[in-house]
Ligand binder design. Sequence first.
Ligand code: AMP
Ligand code: MG
Length: 401
Amino acid sequence: MALLTPEQALERILDVVKPLAAEKVPIDEALGRALSDDVVANRTLPPHDNSAMDGFAVRSADVHQGAVTLSVIGTLFAGDKPTLKVAAGQAVRIMTGAPMPEGADAVVMQEKVTVTNNGVTLTGPVTPRLNVRNHGEDASAGQILLKASTALGVPEAAQLWAQGLTHVSVSRRPQVALVSSGDELCGITDAPHGRIVDTNSPALAAAVRRAGGVPTLLGIAADTLPSVTALVAKGLDHDVLLTSAGVSVGEKDFARDAFAALGVEASFWKVGIKPGKPLAFGTRGNTLVFGLPGNPASSLVSFELFVRPALRRLMGRTDLEPQRMPARSASPYVKPAGIRHFVRVRGVWRDGELWAEPLTSQTSGAWASTQGATHLMVVRENVTQVIVGDKVELIAASWVA
Ligand code: AMP
Ligand code: MG
């Protein structure tokens, strides 16, 4: 069977992911998640026409082609009531955010006027509504302010706060269990005795937290089927289970056997990518089960490409995939035809263009091969060489500092 392309693999994953149930939370807790329902505005904002500039509120009809002098009848500050009324030939000194006085329909910025003893001299023409922020231009009471499944970023949160809201309904955060496996692994503070620290689980946990999920580290399984099965079993009552290592065809690779023993319905176990070719995915009930590769760089790249989009959909989001952008390769890159490569690169802005500088080492076994990488450079299946200056596609990495 031909290997799945990354698109086919992602489609299989996303096909079985449904947004989690809604919960009402403080708005700053909701950032990164998506609204469960439409939010209707209860306030019209701004509450009145107001000035977008420090300057002079005028009647646009007074200021034709050429200079005109208007008498200044007072000043309005932000927070004032619009008590003044502007008649023909008059102007009001006005500050940004102050309500427009009756009669005036435009604001001329103060840098464009000359203040004299008699008043203020300005040069026309002035178009109606110039530098005026309209009542209701930000929100309109009774209208949908933000649609269901809008992801909440900082501006969206601010829009909700401006309505006097403190809480909002969003999908709950996914609970993500992490299991490492390998006889060569030890905990961070253990005496190593020739072993290496299990870095995948804490690193993936950090990536999960950044993506909006709630990680739980279940520990390190030994390279035996019972040990892997026992820890995997503990993870199956979470929304998502991520194991790392033991997912390939090594003699002590037990992840897939453990999944099968516990009734995980397998979807696939390989994807045509480098790094990250061994990647198992399946489900048990509502739990998504990912068997990520053991090599650190591979596990993190697989997380970016496949797990993070799934976490976003669980949180109700519809913008699932990382941002893509064009760049030029700053170094040659050679590979055989066949599978798609995701090269860890540093994106550098040079001469008005984004350039992709591949990290010197691309060995997936070392964290050093990912340190400082800001993007993944996509080298497609049929491409065998990239030369300096070639146009390439970059994917923004979410792991950056
Ligand atoms: P495996 O998939 O078990 O063949 O592991 C592939 C490589 O990844 C081996 O060199 C492992 O030592 C390494 N590895 C596996 N799990 C981890 C982990 N949790 N942290 C760091 N390295 C790991
Ligand atoms: Mg192993």
